[in-house]
Design a protein. Structure first.
Length: 386
């Protein structure tokens, strides 16, 4: 579902480079001016050569430009670089960066989307923004099934070296971010507010983890609180950063489906995880599949969209129960040929707990049965990760 269409953004010129000079503060001031988006910024830079020159232009000069109304011209002339200078200084002090479409830090995939932001703020590892990524999104009010699928998909995608993108929201967004980090991979958290604002408040620990081990990205200036319109704007960046968007669970009308719609309009691939037809949270993904979205039956369905193969090694997920971990370690021990009779005989766990653990690991796609009452990892491995 999707196409190979790509949208090229108009060049914004070398004046968009943010290195801390006065000219850069002028660009930031202009980018933060209400009503100055991608098209108007391109018009101003093409006409005047720099943001500083545009800000100093006369009212009539500005109004003479196509697409610049009287109100927009007034706002441009009122833009103050002092606020921008303070903002850039505070951003540097907290380890953040700001960049425009002409900068090398700006993700190439975002240059291709309609309404590409004229300014982005980031904190963490910006290198993640330039890798082929997969978006994993889903419901805030999810089921146990959705949580397990989101965790497993995100962990295996991240373990394959592909960053996982999501929206730092409560629910499956948070599950996907945490699973990617637990697997030792990268994740990009796209915020619907400015850096320094933790929303929802319950995600503070996750926010700090992503900031330290992944990358936080937003188009809203530091300190800006979220509002109703900020989340749909955030969603277009989630899908825009990703080669493909995976919808795990979503009720009809949910934000995850808005992200899927953004992906389609951007010409990106949409995949969906099928679920029970009786589950309201699977109504969205099931509908997407009916409309032509690629169903996700295994992580390989996702990774092939990025052109990446799942690595041969198997990591032991951190969320396993003690019995599940015991079974997984036993199966990964090549000297025992994956046979579980001796594990049962050791009596480390009651037989019913071990049988339940085996069933759970099979359902999660971590082990598969082989002849002779044995099991092997779903992907052959020479060593276990942790």
């Amino acid at each position: 579902m999707g196409s190979d269409r790509r949208h090229a953004a108009p060049p914004l010129g070398r004046a968009a480079s943010l290195t801390g000079s006065g000219r850069d503060a002028a660009y930031v001031a202009l980018a933060l001016t209400p009503g100055i988006g991608r098209a108007r910024m391109a018009t101003l830079l093409a006409a005047f050569g720099s943001a500083g020159a545009a800000r100093l232009a006369g009212q009539r000069e500005l109004e003479a430009l196509p697409g610049i109304s009287r109100a927009a011209a007034t706002a441009i002339r009122a833009a103050s670089p002092d606020r921008a200078t303070r903002l850039l200084s505070e951003l540097r002090e907290t380890g953040g960066t700001a960049f425009g479409p002409a900068d090398r830090e700006y993700p190439a995939r975002l240059r291709e989307i309609p309404e590409a932001p004229t300014l982005l703020f980031a904190r963490g590892d910006p290198a993640l923004l330039h890798k082929p990524a997969v978006a994993v999104v889903g419901s805030r009010d999810h089921t146990a099934y959705g949580e397990r699928v989101a965790r497993d998909l995100a962990a295996r995608v991240a373990a394959a070296g592909v960053p996982v993108v999501s929206g730092m929201a409560r629910g499956l967004d948070g599950v996907a971010h945490a699973a990617a980090l637990d697997a030792g991979g990268g994740t990009i958290g796209v915020l619907g507010n400015g850096l320094g604002v933790v929303y929802p408040a319950a995600n503070r620990a996750l926010y700090e983890r992503v900031e330290q081990q992944g990358c936080l990205l937003t188009e809203f200036p530091p300190g800006e609180r979220p509002h109703a319109g900020s989340f749909p704007r955030r969603n277009r960046l989630i899908s825009g950063l990703a080669v493909a968007t995976v919808v795990v669970e979503a009720r009809v009308g949910s934000g995850a489906l808005i992200t899927a719609d953004c992906a389609l309009r951007q010409g990106r691939e949409v995949l969906a995880v099928p679920g029970p037809i009786t589950s309201p949270t699977s109504a969205g993904p099931n509908r997407l599949v009916a409309l032509g979205a690629k169903p996700v039956l295994d992580v390989r369905d996702v990774l092939e969209e990025v052109g990446v193969a799942e690595p041969p090694g198997v990591r032991i997920p951190r969320d396993l129960t003690p019995a599940e971990r015991c079974v997984m370690e036993h199966v990964l021990d090549g000297s025992r040929e994956g046979k579980l009779d001796d594990l049962l005989a050791e009596g480390l766990f009651p037989s019913h707990e071990l049988l339940a653990a085996i069933t759970s690991l099979e359902i999660r796609g971590l082990i598969v049965p082989v002849a002779g009452r044995g099991y092997r990892p779903a992907v052959q491995s020479s060593a276990a990760g942790g």
